[in-house]
Design a protein around this ligand. Structure first.
Ligand SMILES: [Zn+2]
Length: 442
C-alpha cells in the first residue's frame, strides 16, 4: 500500500481535509515518518470534487486540430490535472491516476461512460455565473426602472453579487502609486483644431473634472457625488481610448500618482484567482469570478451612440458601491480599443501559474479613479505650464501633472488588430466534418 504525507500535498484546502483523516505513516515520496494517508484513501477523497468541477475535454481527435473553434480548451492529461489540482509531484500523481482509473467512476455527463482515462484531456468545468447574472439582471432593472438611485435594497443586492466589505480580500486588487510598478497614468483629449489643442494643452491639469453639465456625457462609472478620473496606463492606450480619426489632433499628458491607491483589478480575473476545487466555497467564488468577467467586458466596451443614459445606471451604481462600500480607490480594466479585453466566454484559468501581466502589458489597461477634487494651486513650473490660466478650477487630489509631459500628437494611421474567425458555410458544417457523415439533413 502506498502512502503520501501531508507535506507532499500542496493544495491547502485539500491538505486540511486530508489532515482530518490522516494517521502516522511512512511517506513513499519523501520518506518521512509523519502524518499522511494512503493513496487509495486520497483517491476516494478527491474523486467527487474532480468529477464535479472538472470535465473531459472535447479534444479527442488530435488530427482534427484545425477543425476546432479558436477558443477550444484542450486541457490537461489526467496525471497533469492531478498535479495541478492537488499540487502534488508527478510520481504520486501517476499512482493516483491508476487508482482513479481502476475505480471505474462514471462521467457525470454520461453515466454509461467512465470518467478517468490515461490519454484523454481534462479541464475545469465552467461554473456559470447564472445565479449572479440573474441577480444582476434584477438589480439593473430595479435601478433603471424603479429606483433610479442607490438605496439600501440596491446595496444589499450588490453585496450578494460582488461581495461584502469582508469579501474584499477575496477580490483581486492592485496597489498603485509611489513605490509600486504603476505610478503614472495618462490622459488624452481630442482637439478639433490647433487653437483647441493649444487651449487643452494649457489646461489639461485642470480639465479633469466632469465636463460642464450641458456637455456632459455620462461615463459608465461616474458614481454620483464622487469625482472620477478616467486614465490609461500608457500614452498609446490613452490616445486610442479617445478614438481619434486619422489626421486628428490629440493632446496627451502624464500624471504622477502621488498617493497609494488600491484598485479593484479586473486584469487578474481569470488568472488563478478562483482557487482550489477542494475549497468549500469554490463554487461561489468561481461564480462570482465568472460574473466579474462578464462585468469586465461590459464596462470595457466603448460607449455606443445609441445607448441611453439609463444604461449607465447599473454600472455607475457598481462604481459607487466599489468606492463607498468596498472602499477601493478605483477600478483597473482592459482597454477594448487596443484589444486587451479577454474573451468573455473563455474558461477561467484556474492555476496559480497563470501569468500576471507585466508592466508593459499593463499599458493596455485603463483605470477609473475615485477621489476628491481640490482647488488647483498654480505651483506648477516649466515653460508650457507657466501659462496655465488662473481661472478657478479643481484637480484630482491623488494626481499631479508631470512637468513638460503635455504634448499634442497628430494621428498618422490606425492599426487594426484582428483574428481569424471561422464562419461555417452552413450550420451543419462542423457536425458533418467531425462525424464524417456524408448526408446532410434537409
Ligand atoms: Zn511526503
Amino acid at each position: 500500500m502506498q502512502n503520501i504525507c501531508l507535506e507532499c500535498i500542496g493544495d491547502e484546502p485539500l491538505h486540511e481535509i486530508v489532515a482530518v483523516a490522516s494517521s502516522k505513516i511512512e511517506c513513499d515520496y519523501c520518506g518521512k515518518h509523519t502524518h499522511g494517508i494512503s493513496l487509495q484513501h486520497l483517491a476516494e477523497i478527491v474523486d467527487s470534487p474532480l468529477r464535479k468541477f472538472c470535465k473531459l475535454s472535447d479534444y479527442f481527435y488530435p488530427q482534427l486540430d484545425l477543425a476546432v473553434p479558436m477558443n477550444y480548451e484542450k486541457g490537461f492529461l489526467l496525471v497533469e490535472l492531478l498535479q495541478n489540482e492537488l499540487k502534488i509531484g508527478i510520481e504520486p500523481a501517476k499512482e493516483l491516476a491508476k487508482r482513479l482509473i481502476a475505480s471505474n467512476s462514471t462521467d457525470p455527463d454520461d453515466k454509461y461512460l467512465s470518467f478517468y482515462y490515461n490519454h484523454r484531456y481534462y479541464h475545469r468545468s465552467h461554473i456559470t455565473s447564472s445565479e449572479y447574472m440573474e441577480n444582476w439582471y434584477n438589480f439593473s432593472e430595479g435601478i433603471k426602472h424603479k429606483r433610479r438611485f442607490f438605496d439600501d435594497e440596491a446595496k444589499k443586492q450588490l453585496m450578494g453579487i460582488i461581495g461584502t466589505p469582508d469579501d474584499t480580500k477575496k477580490l483581486p486588487s492592485i496597489e498603485l502609486g509611489p513605490g509600486t510598478k504603476i505610478d503614472t497614468v495618462y490622459r488624452a483629449r481630442k482637439a478639433v483644431s490647433e487653437d483647441k489643442a493649444r487651449e487643452i494643452q494649457l489646461n489639461l491639469s485642470t480639465g479633469l473634472g466632469p465636463p460642464p453639465r450641458t456637455k456632459s456625457i455620462a461615463g459608465r462609472m461616474n458614481p454620483t457625488g464622487i469625482a472620477v478620473f478616467y486614465g490609461a496606463l500608457s500614452e498609446d492606450t490613452a490616445i486610442a481610448e479617445v478614438r481619434p480619426f486619422v489626421g486628428s489632433l490629440v493632446v496627451v499628458g502624464c500624471f504622477q500618482i502621488t498617493q497609494q491607491l488600491r484598485l479593484l483589478d479586473l486584469s487578474q480575473i481569470g488568472t488563478g484567482i478562483t482557487g482550489s476545487i477542494f475549497h468549500a466555497d469554490y463554487k461561489k467564488q468561481a461564480g462570482r469570478q465568472s460574473f466579474l468577467q462578464s462585468f469586465h467586458t461590459l464596462i470595457a466596451r466603448p460607449i455606443q451612440p445609441h445607448e441611453e443614459q439609463l444604461e449607465y445606471l447599473p454600472t455607475q451604481a457598481v462604481a459607487e458601491y466599489v468606492a463607498n462600500v468596498l472602499k477601493f480607490d478605483g477600478i483597473l480594466y482592459a482597454s477594448a480599443q487596443v484589444g486587451a479585453v479577454p474573451d468573455e466566454h473563455l474558461d477561467l484559468l484556474p492555476y496559480n501559474n497563470a501569468k500576471i501581466a507585466s508592466r508593459d502589458e499593463m499599458g493596455q489597461y485603463n483605470v477609473v479613479l475615485f477621489g476628491e477634487m481640490m482647488p488647483t494651486q498654480n505651483n506648477i513650473t516649466g515653460d508650457a505650464q507657466s501659462k496655465i490660466s488662473n481661472t478657478a478650477s479643481e484637480s484630482f487630489t491623488s494626481l499631479a501633472l508631470q512637468n513638460g509631459s503635455v504634448k499634442t500628437v497628430k494621428v498618422k494611421g490606425i492599426k487594426y488588430n484582428y483574428e481569424f474567425t471561422c464562419i461555417p458555410k452552413d450550420k451543419y458544417f462542423n457536425a458533418e466534418f467531425l462525424s464524417g457523415v456524408e448526408d446532410r439533413p434537409d
